[in-house]
Design a protein around this ligand. Structure first.
Ligand SMILES: *[C@@H]1O[C@H](CO)[C@@H](O)[C@H](O)[C@H]1NC(C)=O
Length: 311
C-alpha cells in the first residue's frame, strides 16, 4: 500500500489517556467489569446454543452469531483501553490505528445486519407463524450471516481505501481512546471536508438506514400483535421493548459520532463505552433472561452436571 509509505506520521498520540487518576481508575474498573460480563455472558450463550440441540433453530443461530460478534466488537477496543490505562501508554502506531478502525467497522457492520436479521426473524415468527420455518430456512439464515460479513468488509474497506490515500504529515494528536474515521480524517493535511463527507455518508447513512429499518419492523410487529389480543400485547411488549432498547442503545452513539460533525469532546470521547461495552453486555441479558427456551436449556444443562442435584 503506497499510502502508508507516503505518510510521515508513524504514531498517533491519544490525548484522552492523559486524564486524572480518579478517572483512570474509574474507567479501568468499569471497562474490566463490563468486559468480563461480555466474555462470560456471550460465551455462555454460544456454548448453550452449540451444545443444546433443542436450541438449533434460526433465532438461536442468529443469537449465537450476535454473541460472537459482540465479543469481537468489544475486543477491538476495550482490552486495549484497559491495558493502555494500566501502562500509561498514550501512543498508537499508525498501522495499529488503521487495523483497529477496520476491525471496528467490519464488526459494527456485521452487528447491524444481524440485528436486522433478528428483527426480521421476530417479524416472521409473529406475523406469519404458520410459514415461519419455511421462510426462516437454514439457507436464509446462512445468507443473513454471510450478508453481514460481506456488508461489514465492504463498509470498512470502502472507507479505509479513501483514508489510506490521504497525506498524514502534520499533527498527530487525537482526543480519543481509540482510532476511528472521523477523528483520523481531521489529522490529514489536506482539505478533508470532502473525505469527511464520504465517511459521514457511509457510516452515517448506514447507521441511520439500519436504525429506521429496525424501528419500522418493530413498530410493524407491535401493530400486528395489538390487532390480535390485548393480553398478548402486554407480554410481547415487554420482550419487544427490550429489543428496541438495544436498538436505541446501539444506534444512538453511531448516529451521534458519524452524523454530528463535531460533538462536544466530553460526549465524543466517552460514548465508546455504550457501543463497545454496554450494548454487548446487554444483548445476552436481554435476549436470554426473558426467554423460556433458554431458561429451560440452562436447567437442562445443570441437570447434566453431576453433583449439582445435591444442592
Ligand atoms: C451462525 O449462523 C449460521 C447460520 O444459521 C449457523 O450455521 C452457525 O452455526 C451460526 N454460528 C454460531 C457460532 O452459532
Amino acid at each position: 500500500m503506497g499510502g502508508l509509505n507516503d505518510s510521515v506520521i508513524t504514531e498517533i498520540v491519544l490525548l484522552a489517556f492523559s486524564c486524572s487518576w480518579e478517572k483512570k481508575l474509574f474507567l479501568i474498573l468499569i471497562c474490566s467489569l463490563l468486559y468480563l460480563g461480555i466474555i462470560l455472558g456471550n460465551l455462555f450463550i454460544l456454548f448453550l446454543v452449540i451444545f443444546d440441540s433443542h436450541l438449533h433453530s434460526p433465532m438461536y443461530f442468529l443469537l449465537a452469531n450476535l454473541s460472537l460478534i459482540d465479543v469481537c466488537l468489544s475486543s477491538t477496543t476495550v482490552p486495549k483501553i484497559i491495558k493502555d490505562h494500566l501502562h500509561e501508554y498514550k501512543v498508537i502506531s499508525f498501522q495499529d490505528c488503521m487495523t483497529q478502525i477496520c476491525f471496528i467497522h467490519i464488526m459494527g457492520g456485521v452487528e447491524m445486519v444481524l440485528l436486522i436479521a433478528m428483527a426480521f426473524d421476530r417479524c416472521t415468527a409473529i406475523c406469519k407463524p404458520l410459514h415461519y420455518l419455511k421462510i426462516m430456512n437454514p439457507k436464509i439464515c446462512i445468507s443473513f450471516v454471510i450478508t453481514g460479513w460481506v456488508t461489514g468488509v465492504i463498509h470498512a474497506m470502502s472507507q479505509f481505501l479513501f483514508v489510506i490515500k490521504l497525506p498524514f504529515c502534520g499533527p498527530n494528536k487525537m482526543d480519543s481512546f481509540y482510532c476511528d474515521f472521523p477523528k483520523i480524517i481531521k489529522l490529514a493535511c489536506t482539505d478533508a471536508a470532502k473525505f469527511e463527507f464520504i465517511v459521514t455518508a457511509n457510516s452515517g447513512f448506514m447507521s441511520m438506514g439500519a436504525f429506521f429499518l429496525l424501528i419500522l419492523s418493530y413498530s410493524f410487529i407491535l401493530i400486528t400483535v395489538q390487532k390480535r389480543s390485548s393480553g398478548e400485547l402486554s407480554k410481547a411488549f415487554v420482550t419487544l421493548s427490550a429489543h428496541i432498547t438495544v436498538v436505541f442503545l446501539f444506534f444512538t452513539p453511531c448516529i451521534l459520532l458519524y452524523v454530528w460533525p463535531s460533538p462536544p469532546p466530553s460526549i465524543d470521547k466517552n460514548l465508546f463505552i455504550v457501543d463497545f461495552a454496554i450494548t454487548p453486555v446487554m444483548n445476552p441479558a436481554i435476549y436470554t433472561l426473558q426467554n423460556k427456551d433458554i431458561k429451560v436449556a440452562i436447567k437442562r444443562l445443570f441437570k447434566k452436571i453431576p453433583y449439582s442435584r445435591l444442592c
